[in-house]
Design a protein around this ligand. Sequence first.
Ligand SMILES: Cc1cc2nc3c(=O)[nH]c(=O)nc-3n(C[C@H](O)[C@H](O)[C@H](O)COP(=O)(O)OP(=O)(O)OC[C@H]3O[C@@H](n4cnc5c(N)ncnc54)[C@H](O)[C@@H]3O)c2cc1C
Length: 407
Amino acid sequence: MTETSTITSDIVVVGGGIAGLAMAARLAHRTAFTITVLDSDRAPEMPDETLQLRTTSLNSAALRLLEEAGVMAHLPAHFLTDFDRLEAGSRETPNALSFSAKDINLTRFGVFVENDRLRAALWQTLMSMAQVTLISESRLSSLQRHDDRVDGLLDDGRALNARLIIGADGARSHVRHLAGISSQQRDYAQEAMLINVRLAELPGHTTWQIFTPSGPVALLPLHDRQASLVWYDRPGQIQKRMSMDDDTLRSAILEAFPARLGGIEAILERGRFPIRRLHAQRYTGKRVALVGDAAHVIHPMAGQGINLGLADVLSLTEALEQESDPGTAQALSRYQRRQWPRNAAMLTGVEQLHHLFTLPFAPLRTLAERGLKGADRMAPVKRFMMSLATGQPLNNARGSEDHDAQP
Ligand SMILES: Cc1cc2nc3c(=O)[nH]c(=O)nc-3n(C[C@H](O)[C@H](O)[C@H](O)COP(=O)(O)OP(=O)(O)OC[C@H]3O[C@@H](n4cnc5c(N)ncnc54)[C@H](O)[C@@H]3O)c2cc1C
């Protein structure tokens, strides 16, 4: 049915993924602005006990944001698996790079949680916030930006009126497109296969990654002796494994993954995801800001996509919270200046790690592996890895905060 009413809010967040919902929760927690969240998908429902396919790491900064917004009340601790140790290496030197949360006086680096469970918890949190309106199964189709406001149309005929539009609508962001913001993109010609398994032994609290010539393999420990295995490879190879029966896939995993994986009691679920890199040239335009994958997509091997998106949420809220009008050029440029260089540094760092381990010639790879072995004692590498784990910005990025970092 076509509706003709107008939705009026101070801020409209387009996209109710984890970044968009967290954006609304943080704004509602820290400001008095009215907020509408619009998502093209159905409203999320809390999954039953069954392990969901997609899992994400949350670093300590991300966890703090969720705690402060009251989201943890909807996420029982049982579904959060702590990790307190990170290890990376090659087959020959599996824990060449290894560090523990204790090294920086933390009890854990963060947790693993299922994406759908987190999204449902965010949605439930927002349902009880009076200043937030949630609209599902509705898509933004056009935008007109004026000096003092922005008007839009939804595909069901309703009109939008706001002072700021936040694009949190993912890698193919329509808001980014409508605002005329271009982006640098790269396809890695690689996919990630996610395989949920039940292990024979408890997986513990270490997450590890082994680099192989065709791409890394990784383990994310989860609750109830379950784990998410991540297997990066060329699309053809992933397609082959997707069509294997469970027994054949189990044998293939045991051959490719290191012996520390132990036995696999059951294969629970599997899925494949393309890997790409994207960085928007700017995060802001007239009365528009981008957060999350709409602004940047990073190789998932470092587990940073959501964490960077939640760092955007913190940064944009901080830029707006003292303003009476959330869409002024001055407020938006504070966000641009702070967040763009931080994320650019992170994207470059992860890109360099990716290159290091996908070098085409074996002699170069060996050199890279030796470099990794030495890296345990190398302060810059360690600082970068700690920054990934804790969500603290890299020092060199922090140094550029005061400069206008428009590319
Ligand atoms: C294999 C894999 C493993 C990963 N592991 C990790 C990890 O361990 N840690 C981590 O931090 N990150 C990880 N990531 C990255 C992470 O999954 C993404 O960064 C994150 O999901 C992006 O969230 P988002 O809310 O920005 O975008 P999305 O999840 O893409 O959400 C966008 C939302 O916008 C809606 N939408 C789209 N268009 C419109 C429109 N026109 N109108 C209205 N609504 C619209 C969609 O319905 C959707 O709900 C991983 C990614 C992959 C592929």
